[in-house]
Ligand binder design. Sequence first.
Ligand code: AMP
Length: 452
Amino acid sequence: MPTPSNPLKAVRGTRDLLPPDTALWNRVEFIARSVFSRYGFGEIRTPIFEDTSLFARGVGEETDIVSKEMYTWEDRARAQSEKAQSLTLRPENTAGVVRAYIEHNLGDSGQLQKLFYIGPQFRRERPQRGRYRQFWQIGVEVLGPVSSGSESPLRDAEVLEMLATLLDELGVKNWQLALNSVGSATDRPRYVAALKAALAPIKHQLCPDNQRRAETNPLRVLDSKDPADQALIDGLPKIADYLDDSSREHFSQVRAALDACGVPYTVNPRLVRGLDYYTRTTFEFTVPDGSGLGTQNALLGGGRYDGLSEMLGGPRAPGIGFAIGEDRLILTLQAQAEADAAAKAGVPHSSQSHRDEWEAPKLDAYIAPLGPERNAAALALARELRRAGLSVEVGDGSFRLKKSFEAADRAARHIVILGEDELTSGILTVKTFATGEQVKIEKAALVDRLKS
Ligand code: AMP
């Protein structure tokens, strides 16, 4: 039973986003939408839950996500027309987008599909700063039939260049792009076999997690951050030595296009990423330690998935995409703003002080009715002003005048006082906080006054 000393709380790993932080979330999403539209992307919204088999097939049974992190339940049939089904809260959005691409025959147009999404994803991970069980991703998928140019390295480079532009426009500082190629569907098995062979004699020296990965998904050993295992992992075979000519050429063209655009990157041969569907280009954008993310310093990740559509029973539709961790992006921007403010002032700043930058601008007016009997008139006046396009807050007639002034000063640029005199004469008292000026004006002139 919840009690005042033991009230109900949000579930572990989930959190409420409150104002003024939500203003920053909206600003980030606004900038993302505006950048995406300049690159010709349209929005897609797929369901938050899908058939479990979509993720088992699309993301891969052996991945951490599918093997231990999904929120899955048996959904019982409620009518004869329904059948019992295993459903899962989406742990990522690429599989859902490709499912929708197949279901709606988006490839039939022959056009490249450029889609973006913004929404929550769900993974039962161990919660920590920057890692939540419900988190938000802003992502993009570019896919289509081969004839639409979907396989071209130009697409990879364009997506990466767009990300560089987006992060710059958001004001993210010091981001780093790490790039790799994990090869084609034929390169990968050869490399995995070589990896397994190299791991066999040294496996027992690795941490228990890596011992397990060496068996089930050897590529994941390369992702490991376990400090004790790093020297051994660095000595393992490199995927670059197992790429066939076409994968090698593809990767070099991606890099050449990035060089031409002046987008900086480093090649990280260990970047294989956790999801099974990646082929050829994989990438990650990180921010340096001390950027507010603790150990979770990956802002976003993505890559090419040339075989995913076929894995889900669809036509051939090579593609590339990424997902930005929006929670992490916000933490980074907040930490940066705090550091900037501290540098400017020369003293450490509280997290509250910089928030003003993201808060919505002050309202145009605060209407203060003097006495409860003027509440209705105050609301009617607010209605008129709001319909004229002004942003307005209404106080309450039970407030003392001093309290109304304080509330108005916090919320708005002007206070409009509504007393008996004002109602009978049609003349209103307006005070402008920035100048301290107080005037009596006709109601007809009110809108212009409040806009000023
Ligand atoms: P992924 O879908 O695993 O490739 O992840 C893409 C991005 O989503 C990562 O780089 C993170 O920024 C973000 N992300 C993944 N898992 C979480 C999580 N549990 N909490 C917050 N952000 C996450």
